[in-house]
Design a protein around this ligand. Structure first.
Ligand SMILES: [Zn+2]
Length: 473
């Protein structure tokens, strides 16, 4: 948890103060789990406290919703993201922007270039359309580079690297906030076949740039835990192998050092909530193949911080991690960073279910009452929207991100009316929702089996809002 050693605490009071904003959300699920054993993590780079202090002025406004909707700008999704980012990408700030292709539905695919150094770096975001944290962090990075040209980190990056970005690789998916592209293809399983225009554009850019380093920017399921602990993964990292033998050649060694540099920067914020992604070689995935094609590749996966449904806290951490990674490349500070700092990160464990409702009593009309736990998954697990029932019965051993204590309460089906199929037809009568596997979470908890004294329902945004009640009553 966010309890660094005393010496670190003295040196990074500011970081800790800011990290403390994030800490309470993480503390709840960490309390039950012992701290992980690991090699001592060195202090973060000296510039980080200053960048942390200036971050509120770097956070680009207009990206407060992770599907980039509802902005009032007249554009949503990928068009809105580009409307926000484009003013940051002026030639005066050192940027060059070119169109490098069109998506399956004709949306522009763009290459952003910045810097004058000899080390080419390629960063691509949102090839999964509903994984937008990297795109948010890139906007903040553009602002940092453009508005702080004299910052020592900016100067190092400009002198030593040329940064190539392909933000928003999958704009059609982003427009729907879905993983796959408009053709239904997962672009990160299309690196070998290159069947999609988006994958072909990224591959052509890669071939042109020949990046020494590649950054593959994603989000992962919020249910993932760090190893076998109860701690949710906030950020997962991977330096993918370049083939099925999973060896560490010099190219991968550099990626491991850069990934470890990200850990060093993020440790004061989210110690114990950093994990490693599974390193099984995937011959269809971009990160694995860019490693095979000769780039030191780093995968960054934003997981979840409870209470951060729009990933605005994670966005900052993602920005900090990216800046630390790029600076470690530009400054050479990654050289000699112990690989153990990467290797000792636990892998992502099995994802937990979203919500378990413990010890309620099923009160289904026409059936005998029965004690039952319920396991729910949510379509939008961070906003607790779109719940459905995944299991019913004695489920005490099934882990979940949140639990609701329903002892002494009844699980009562809500009433629903079937949609009328014919215009002008009489309204169908209301019937109780079904409580069964894969059915929508269409029920509520009540103090009485008839459901008159209603206490909580899955539509209540946060299970923490379930009122305390006397379980013995
Ligand atoms: Zn992804």
């Amino acid at each position: 948890m966010v309890t660094p050693t005393m010496s670190k605490a003295r040196a990074f009071v500011l970081l800790q103060t800011l990290a403390a904003c994030i800490a309470p959300a993480l503390a709840a699920d960490a309390a039950t789990t012992p701290a992980i054993e690991s090699a001592p993590v060195p202090p973060p780079p000296a510039w980080l406290a200053g960048v942390d202090a200036m971050y509120d002025g770097l956070r680009v406004p207009g990206l407060e919703r992770r599907d980039f909707s509802g902005s009032g700008s007249g554009a949503d999704g990928p068009e809105h993201w580009w409307q926000v980012a484009t003013p940051l990408l002026g030639t005066g700030a050192g940027f060059r922007v070119e169109e490098i292709g069109r998506s399956a539905e004709g949306r522009p695919l763009r290459h952003v270039r910045w810097g004058k150094g000899k080390t080419p770096v390629l960063l691509w975001s949102q090839m999964h359309g509903d994984e937008s944290t990297g795109s948010m962090a890139l906007a903040d990075l553009f602002r940092f580079l453009g508005e702080h040209p004299d910052h020592p980190v900016t100067q190092r990056l400009r002198a030593s690297t040329t940064l190539h970005f392909m933000p928003m690789v999958n704009p059609d998916g982003a427009a729907r906030f879905q993983r796959r592209n408009a053709q239904g293809i997962d672009l990160n399983r299309d690196a070998r076949m290159l069947a999609t225009p988006e994958a072909r554009a990224l591959k052509a850019l890669f071939d042109r740039v020949q990046p020494a380093y590649g950054f593959n920017l994603h989000d992962q399921q919020p249910g993932y835990r760090v190893g076998d602990s109860a701690r949710g993964t906030a950020i997962a990292l991977l330096a993918p192998p370049s083939g099925p033998t999973n060896t560490v050649d010099p190219t991968r060694a550099r990626a491991i050092e850069v990934a470890a540099s990200i850990r060093i920067a993020l440790e004061p914020y989210i110690a114990g909530h950093l994990a490693r992604w599974d390193d099984t070689f995937n011959p269809r995935a971009f990160g694995d193949l860019t490693a095979q094609w000769g780039s030191s590749t780093i995968l960054i996966e934003a997981g979840a911080i409870e209470g951060d449904p729009q990933k605005q806290q994670l966005r900052k951490l993602y920005f900090v991690g990216l800046l630390a990674a790029l600076d470690s490349i530009a400054s050479g500070s990654h050289v000699g960073v112990p690989h153990a700092l990467y290797r000792e990160l636990p892998e992502n464990g099995d994802p937990w279910s979203d919500l378990r409702i413990d010890g309620g009593t099923l009160a289904i009309p026409g059936q005998p009452h029965a004690r039952a736990d319920l396991l729910l998954e949510f379509g939008d697990p961070l906003a607790w929207r779109g719940g459905s029932i995944k299991d019913i019965g004695d489920l005490k051993e099934r882990p979940a991100r949140r639990t609701v204590d329903a002892r002494g309460l009844f699980i009562v089906p809500a009433m629903q009316r079937a949609p009328s199929t014919t215009a002008g037809a009489a309204e169908a009568p209301e019937t109780p929702c079904r409580i069964e596997i894969d059915a929508p979470a269409c029920f509520f908890l009540a103090r009485d089996p008839q459901g008159r004294d209603r206490v909580w329902s899955p539509d209540d945004i946060d299970p923490a809002t379930v009122p305390s009640h006397d379980a013995g009553r």
